[in-house]
Design a protein around this ligand. Sequence first.
Ligand SMILES: Nc1nc2c(ncn2[C@@H]2O[C@H](COP(=O)(O)OP(=O)(O)OP(=O)(O)O)[C@@H](O)[C@H]2O)c(=O)[nH]1
Ligand SMILES: [Mg+2]
Ligand SMILES: [Zn+2]
Length: 328
Amino acid sequence: MTAPNAEAPLPAGLELEGLVISAKSGFFTVHTEQGDIVCRLRGRIKKKRLESGFATIGDRVVLQINEDQSGAITKILPRTSVIAREAKHTRTRRYKDYNRREEAQLIVANPDQIILVFACANPSPKPRMLDRYLVVAEANNISVIICANKVDLVADADARAIFDPYKKLGYDVIYTSTVTGAGIDALAATLEGKVSALTGPSGVGKSSLLNVIQPGLGVAIGGVSDATTKGKHTTVHSQMFPLSTSGWIADTPGIRSLAIYDMEPDEIDAYFVEIADFVPDCEFSDCSHQHEPKCAVKAAVATGDISTLRYESYLAMRFGSDTLLDLE
Ligand SMILES: Nc1nc2c(ncn2[C@@H]2O[C@H](COP(=O)(O)OP(=O)(O)OP(=O)(O)O)[C@@H](O)[C@H]2O)c(=O)[nH]1
Ligand SMILES: [Mg+2]
Ligand SMILES: [Zn+2]
């Protein structure tokens, strides 16, 4: 016996609201109270997509049921935030509005938090990339949890030397291993009831973490081509998964490069949280914190209140010629 209505078709024209949990080649799976419905964008939206924004996972949308039980997305509800990397060819274009960033490659819309995954080794962590992600998250006002994965591969002290300084800056850092299980409960606890997105370079173990946090998903995991360098870009499409503890988690493809865009150079000051603290004390209001006298930022670097690494990272991001930093 099936439950009443379990097999009953939904009436054509029925409007439902839901959450986009997968987006692939023009097909969107939308989670609704009536189940998961495969949708396409309604033609009118497609044409108007420059205004309405292309749907991405995490978007809340309105859809209409078709005769064949598929759906047509008729409306993308306003986003509260979005994590995107800019498409290279649109680097110089500016998008102030979250809903108009379709030319950037959207990674996930409306996340409550991002889990920024780096490996302690294999591939080796790159603090400059981490800083860049943090700037993007700060700029989008999204909270970040730093997950230092593969702790089993290094001495504890070595892992802490790299990631503990971020705790001092106020970021949550969780050390994990999908091999030993270290830190997995702590990570899982931070996900409860929230929409989170796993992001970071390829090969750091994002999909592996998902598989241990929510066993049974069977998400494909890949290798790392060379012990010190690159992941294999195993995950190709972003996807949201429901957590049995409540909440959703998105697995996303490893990011090759992450552009800083939509940001004036001096805005970067505000997104390096510890640098922002000292900027008001600089003698000159337009201080570039490089060579000016009575620069509070340089003074803080000299006393160790700002780490040299972070200061260099800041300079590279603000004044470096590389607007697109290779993450691998
Ligand atoms: N030693 C060790 N290896 C791990 C750990 N977590 C994942 N790995 C390995 O790292 C490799 C990459 O894992 P994935 O989960 O595919 O990495 P990913 O971040 O999803 O990579 P992309 O999908 O390419 O972005 C696999 O060989 C995993 O078995 C860990 O905690 N310790
Ligand atoms: Mg993956
Ligand atoms: Zn200064």
